[in-house]
Design a protein. Structure first.
Length: 120
């Protein structure tokens, strides 16, 4: 199944080499997911509420905000392991806010988190 970005969610695509680090940073920032791992494309995707994200200094460091209308393949909700498309942080347990995701993106890119971003 595939879903389009922009209507129900925004998504940030991350190269697989940064996926585990970003997922850890998302959880450390208080995010709840979901995080999608795609071994075939070599990318991971972190989801947040639609219309809440904007590109930042982290963009281009192997990470980018997907434009509205970009289609993502999504696995069944119970696909949480394996060599195929799966949920690294399962869908349905919560959502990562744009602030939490932005903090995680700065952290995963090795950039200092600006105070105005870090403050809840």
């Amino acid at each position: 199944m595939s879903m389009a970005c922009g209507a129900r969610f925004d998504a940030v695509r991350v190269v697989a080499e940064r996926g585990v680090r970003l997922a850890g940073a998302v959880l450390a920032a208080g995010g709840r997911g979901p995080v999608l791992a795609d071994p075939y494309s070599g990318s991971w995707h972190v989801f947040t509420d639609p219309g809440t994200m904007a590109d930042g200094p982290w963009s281009g460091a192997g990470m980018r905000l997907l434009r509205a209308g970009t289609r993502l393949k999504v696995p069944p909700l119970d696909a949480t392991r394996g060599g195929d498309l799966y949920w690294y942080v399962q869908h349905g347990i919560g959502i990562t806010s744009a602030r939490q995701l932005t903090v995680a993106l700065f952290t995963a890119a090795g950039l200092a988190v600006p105070p105005e971003v870090a403050a809840p």
